[in-house]
Design a binder for this molecule. Sequence first.
Ligand SMILES: NC(=O)C1=CN([C@@H]2O[C@H](COP(=O)(O)OP(=O)(O)OC[C@H]3O[C@@H](n4cnc5c(N)ncnc54)[C@H](O)[C@@H]3O)[C@@H](O)[C@H]2O)C=CC1
Ligand SMILES: CC(=O)[C@H](N)C(=O)O
Length: 380
Amino acid sequence: IQGEIKGYGTQIYKKKKKKRKEIGPRVVDYAQCHGGKGLKIVFFHNDILEITELIRFGLKCLFVHLHLGGLGQLGVGLANFLRKRFGKDSVILSDIRKPPDHIFHNGPFIYSDILDSKNLRETVVNNRINWLFHYSALLSAVGEADVSLAKAVNITGLHNVVDVATEHGLRLFVPSTIGAFGPTSPRNPAPDLCVQRPRTIYGVSKVHAELMGEYYYHRYGLDFRCLRYPGIISADSQPGGGTTDYAVQIFHHAVKSGRFECNLKPSTRLPMMYIEDCLRATLEVMEAPTKSLSMRTYNINAMSFTPEELAQEIHKHIPEFQITYNVDSVRQAIADSWPMNFDDSNARKDWGWKHDFDLPNLVTTMLNFPGFHTRVARAN
Ligand SMILES: NC(=O)C1=CN([C@@H]2O[C@H](COP(=O)(O)OP(=O)(O)OC[C@H]3O[C@@H](n4cnc5c(N)ncnc54)[C@H](O)[C@@H]3O)[C@@H](O)[C@H]2O)C=CC1
Ligand SMILES: CC(=O)[C@H](N)C(=O)O
């Protein structure tokens, strides 16, 4: 993984049989880094060191990540993924809801409301945050049901996050979505750059997030990075009220009862991705060297399928599985305005993005997920 540490660059000395291996050029400052025995970091200003050297020494840097809106469908998975890389105490999970015991005891958790800009600043300063992952949002369908709350969280909340990240020189990740496109966008595939006139408050707020992040990058140097996620599918977390939720719920129902009532038409094609690919892409773009990024907002793609195609794939594992359809007109109208497929060639070219999961191995992975069956039982 190529990466960079800007501003306070680092130079690693590795004591090896009393012999010091000097990697970087100049020495200005000195700090002990937790995680690596006998490893010392010395700092020098405004130089860049490829993060490969840090990874090679298995060094856990003095990164502290704050993860906002972390108790949703994707947030706990991201926190676990980052903690494996940077150490449990380097990743602070936050939300406005109480965490369940197994999450509360799995690493630092704090309350953080993105609508309270003072609380946000205190959190960033008191914990010396370097990287910020901003997951707080109301998704497409729940946003249409409460436009004023969606405006507050997805727009005012975003403004607070962008301001605090700029003030404190954070590296900021904000996810966008297939929902950031609308009926006048090219749909099959949708490229990175095209007309974006979404018809949901969710999509409008996400286009705004993309534009605000890029403005702050060009105007103030905010290290803003953004990926447009497809519908994300996970086995151990429930979806948060979007239009692609059917593609998560279908697995729980297939295992539990062998039957599923789908709220989208059988032929509704949407881009989708397994959560492992999503979380890996998120870290890869955050660790990509600045010089490799020709853009600040990228599409990422893995697969696209219809409910009918998904059901046929599940059928190969559960022959008695039956799908019926009871179309939700709100979600159907949203889905019909979204891309059917994504062109993610820029992500693949600039920072080496590639997906691991296609439809067959998504279904195999989901239905064989450790404890999935008991999770379904517990969830019910
Ligand atoms: N799940 C998916 O398929 C996709 C998700 N995304 C984006 O990824 C991010 C995470 O998505 P999910 O985990 O699915 O969302 P989710 O809806 O499951 O979770 C969002 C979290 O934000 C929190 N939140 C709400 N108001 C808040 C506030 N004022 N301050 C702090 N936190 C607040 C909620 O408590 C919730 O835990 C969102 O920004 C979403 O737009 C983008 C595309 C696809
Ligand atoms: C694709 C998304 O952004 C989300 N899952 C939704 O359906 O709203």
